[in-house]
Design a protein around this ligand. Structure first.
Ligand SMILES: Cc1ncc(COP(=O)(O)O)c(C=O)c1O
Length: 420
């Protein structure tokens, strides 16, 4: 494992390792480092002894990652039946899974109840009815909308007043949901919120958590309900580029815990839970691309075109996300450059870069911090095979943990009617 700088905790490949992996497994290639993943999980576990710590598996639901997180003692937050099935396939016991989702279907609810998930987080009134119909006795948390604007990218802001997630606290819907749920005999154990993602300090989560704590106190006074769990979601950011400076995990947790425990009254001492995704896995992964065409347009910076793009990393297009790009094996004076992919859109991946003038066809680029929301968001757009994922084991061996799509699997879903 190589990392740069005192506060830079990102995994990066050494140059010879990058060449070897590209040679053996091809490009584009996602590479994850087992030691780094385990060390992030251990740092989180040590920093948060106050209750359940879940890995939000939407960040990376590769089975090997799920197994590593579960083996480090984390529960697994799943947002769909597919993610739940992934966790089960990875050998995670159902009781170690927490089911999310803002529009759960009857199939999802009944499957989760049948396999015995440990907890589920209820998003809306219709879902309360589904759990009742399923006659489920599993512990349920109500997802609440605390009305907190996390001031992050709009597409990953979820705690503000205008949100599709959860029961609003402000207009009384949350208290009404709790009353209904108690009356109908559901096993409600507490409250949940998740205010947003890629947050570099705990301010928004603190506000969200404090709202939950106040709500728990109100529920005790109004309904005699004793909250056993308060879950403040995920959201801690990572260092995509040098300009991102997230609070270290222990400090972040310390501040969050101090605010939560201060707000809870003496009569309530719920378990305090969190469910980070990105912060557990993003910095443990890199993507390797191979350079193809390099061209200077009539106007603007040079384009360096790589053999991937929108389909293996949609985040730049979705959120304007920025990444650090390191050329492998080529140095020399730099020129202003942009890295684009090979899709039929402008498909800009990484902009505002200075890359060596001599960078050309066949060279490799290593992109840091791609362990979260890359492979899990990948598509087959333009019929490009999704990349393979390789896990560098603690022994140093490189194991293929997710194969590149092949042409058989690419077309497995197609049906051509005989008379067409
Ligand atoms: C309910 C919930 N919990 C946890 C997370 C994980 O967030 P992050 O990856 O920012 O930690 C998300 C992300 O969307 C989420 O929706």
């Amino acid at each position: 494992m190589t990392s740069v700088g005192a506060t830079d905790t990102r995994f990066a490949l050494a140059e010879n390792q990058a060449w070897e992996l590209a040679e053996e497994f091809g490009t584009p290639l996602y590479v994850l480092d087992e030691s780094h993943l385990r060390s992030r999980a251990r740092t989180w576990k040590a920093a948060w002894p106050h209750g359940d710590l879940s890995f939000a598996s939407k960040a990376n639901s590769t089975l090997a990652v799920l197994r590593i997180m579960a083996s480090e003692g984390l529960s697994i937050d799943v947002a769909s039946e597919g993610e739940l099935r992934a966790a089960l396939r990875a050998g995670v016991p159902a009781h170690q899974c927490r089911l999310h989702g803002n529009n759960k279907t009857w199939e999802e609810v009944s499957f989760a109840a049948a396999v015995g998930v440990g907890k589920a987080i209820v998003d809306n009134f219709q879902e309360l009815e589904l759990w009742q119909e399923a006659n489920a006795s599993l512990p349920l948390l109500l997802r609440l909308a605390p009305g907190v604007d996390p001031k992050t990218n709009a597409k990953i802001s979820t705690g503000q007043a205008d949100t599709k997630f959860g029961f609003p606290i402000a207009d009384g819907q949350a208290m009404e949901a709790l009353r209904l749920a108690i009356e109908s005999g559901l096993n409600i154990v507490g409250f949940h919120c998740h205010v947003g993602s890629q947050l570099l300090d705990p301010g928004a989560q603190v506000q969200g958590g404090v709202q939950l704590a106040w709500f728990a106190r109100a529920a005790l006074n109004e309904l005699g309900f004793v909250a056993e769990v308060i879950n403040v979601g995920g959201g801690l950011g990572v260092r995509y580029t040098e300009s991102d400076d997230p609070l270290p995990i222990p400090e972040y947790c310390k501040r969050l815990y101090a605010a939560l425990s201060e707000t809870l009254s003496d009569s309530l001492s719920p378990e305090l839970a969190q469910e980070p995704g990105r912060s557990l896995v993003a910095e443990s992964g890199v993507t390797l691309y191979r350079v193809g065409a390099v061209k200077k347009p009539a106007l603007g910076d040079r384009y360096v075109v790589v053999d991937g793009g929108l389909s293996d990393n949609p985040r730049p297009a979705l959120y304007g996300s920025r990444y650090e790009v390191r050329p492998i094996g080529v140095t020399g004076p730099g020129v202003p450059s942009r890295v684009s992919g090979k899709h039929c859109e402008t498909d800009l991946l990484f902009t505002g870069l200075t890359l060596p003038e001599d960078l050309g066809p066949g060279h490799l680029l290593q992109v840091l911090c791609t362990g979260a929301y890359n492979s899990s968001m990948a598509s087959q757009y333009n019929r490009y095979p999704r990349p393979a994922t390789v896990l560098i084991r603690e022994s140093g061996r490189a194991d293929l943990v997710q194969a590149r799509d092949d042409w058989e699997s690419m077309f497995a879903r197609e049906r051509l009617p005989e008379d067409l």
